[in-house]
Write a protein that binds this ligand. Structure first.
Ligand SMILES: [Fe+2]
Ligand SMILES: [Fe+2]
Length: 142
């Protein structure tokens, strides 16, 4: 059973963003499965690195969209992203140095942060972006 089940209410309605959120959820689910099944640690490191890279990629896409759509609360949103990336990087360092085992608590922290962020912070820009000129042009050309 996956840790996170994608539900309709997690959709933002901007295709590019929804596709990326689903992929992030997939990676967190994979990490969780790997933690449960005691597979060798290299696999965990690979998935964890993929999660960090894809999270950064997603945040930069999202920040660019918010900026182009003229979203006013971009800066505090960016700060939330940066804090989360820093936290992931610190966790990665600790795990790689052998100071900390990657545990099941990690995947539950990741899933609650991600779901909480999508449902609260990302939902906050939804209306502004969907009503913006950026979206009208973008959805026509897509
Ligand atoms: Fe997001
Ligand atoms: Fe976000």
């Amino acid at each position: 059973m996956p840790l996170i089940d994608w539900t309709e209410r997690m959709n933002i309605g901007i295709e590019e963003i929804d596709v990326q959120h689903k992929k992030l959820v997939d990676i967190i689910n994979q990490l969780h499965d790997s933690l449960k099944s005691n597979t060798f640690k290299e696999e965990l490191k690979i998935i964890f690195t993929e999660l960090i890279d894809y999270t950064k990629y997603h945040f930069s896409t999202e920040e660019k969209i918010m900026e182009e759509a003229g979203y006013e609360d971009l800066e505090p949103h960016k700060k939330q992203h940066q804090k989360f990336v820093n936290k992931l990087l610190r966790m990665k360092d600790r795990c790689y140095l052998g100071k900390e085992e990657i545990s099941v608590e990690l995947s539950s922290f990741l899933s609650s942060w991600m779901i909480g962020h999508i449902l609260r912070s990302d939902k906050e820009y939804q209306e502004v972006v969907l009503a913006s000129e950026w979206y009208k042009t973008h959805s026509k050309s897509a």
